[in-house]
Design a protein around this ligand. Structure first.
Ligand code: PLP
Length: 315
């Protein structure tokens, strides 16, 4: 008997009235601003060349989820792109907290960005550019809506190949999304709701803003190559270790995923989200499976646990 658990807990209503800035708050060039006033130069290489790295963490019921892991990934990306942040880690953490607190949102999508910036002398040498730090907190958003979380997403596998890791290292979270957006249009053309695209070897890679897992005979598998090491993906590994499920990172080909018992995707934007249809066929019996349900439940439960989450102090 499968126990149906709540898919997405609701945010504490009491705090909804305290949302001072419904569209959120940004921090740009040293100033906190309402989102509508947050602007940067069109000459910023982040905009002109996608020369930027970023990270996204979420706040749920007034608590950041795994903020340290997001900061580790962000700082790692900045270093590998040979950028320099104008602030240290402690200051960036306080900027993120301030953006959320000033916005008043109890549940938020919080982004930190470092762009190459601009060169004061219009030099084409990236070493001459002054790197820029931007952050913002906006209302929480999810890849899947409530109905999709309950019934499972319909995904199409696109022929689009993700940009090769030798060109752009996927471990540095980046805005090279033309492949992912092409995949999305392919999926919409085929009547699906979102897409999975391929790695350079023709295996399943990831989708627009998410990693993917399959469950087969009680064991989990997620692609190892050519994907962003997602924090939600990592959280699934941590949850599996806690409850004694086997989870590995290894290649997944089309027949593997279509013949799986369960499939789900993972993202900071929505957590663990079930997939019940790929291309023209249902996954197993077409219903959200028990392993997916259990992991979704545990994932949201961890959001109140001080070992996994830290509080925002609201004014
Ligand atoms: N893959 C890509 C390309 C992403 O952009 C994202 C998140 O934005 C993910 C995977 C999921 O990563 P995370 O779980 O850290 O949100």
């Amino acid at each position: 008997m499968v126990q149906i658990l709540p898919v997405l807990p609701t945010v504490d209503e009491h705090y909804c009235d305290q949302r001072r800035y419904p569209d959120g708050i940004a921090f740009v060039d040293g100033q906190y601003l309402p989102m509508s006033e947050a602007k940067i130069s069109v000459l910023d290489w982040g905009f002109l060349h996608s020369d930027a790295t970023y990270d996204t963490v979420h706040v749920w019921n007034g608590r950041f989820f795994r903020l340290d892991l997001h900061l580790d990934r962000f700082f790692g990306g900045v270093e590998r792109l040979r950028m320099e942040l104008p602030y240290d880690r402690e200051k960036i953490e306080s900027i993120l907290r301030n953006c959320v607190a000033l916005s008043g949102h109890r549940s938020a999508y919080v982004e930190m960005i470092c762009t190459r910036g601009t060169s004061p002398t219009f030099s084409r040498d990236p070493r001459q550019a002054e790197n820029r730090f931007i952050a913002f907190a906006v209302p929480f958003g999810s890849v899947a809506n409530k109905e999709q979380l309950e019934r499972g997403l319909h995904v199409a596998i696109s022929e689009t190949v993700r940009i090769p890791p030798k060109s752009v290292d996927p471990a540095i979270k980046n805005y090279h999304w033309l492949d992912l957006v092409k995949g999305l249009f392919d999926a919409y053309d085929r009547g699906a709701e979102t897409a999975l695209i391929l790695d350079t070897n023709g295996h399943i890679a990831e989708g627009p803003g998410f990693n993917v897992f399959l469950v087969k005979e009680g064991s989990l598998r997620t692609p190892a190559f050519g994907v962003l090491p997602g924090i939600t993906r990592r959280t699934v590994f941590d949850l599996c270790a806690e409850i004694g499920l086997s989870a590995t990172a290894a290649d997944i080909c089309r027949p593997d995923i279509k013949g799986a018992d369960e499939v789900f995707i993972t993202s900071t934007a929505g957590g663990i989200m079930p997939v019940t249809r790929i291309d023209d066929a249902a996954i197993a019996n077409g219903h959200v499976g028990p392993v997916t349900h259990r992991l979704m439940y545990l994932y949201w439960q961890k959001h109140d646990d001080p070992k996994w989450s830290t509080p925002v102090v609201y004014p």
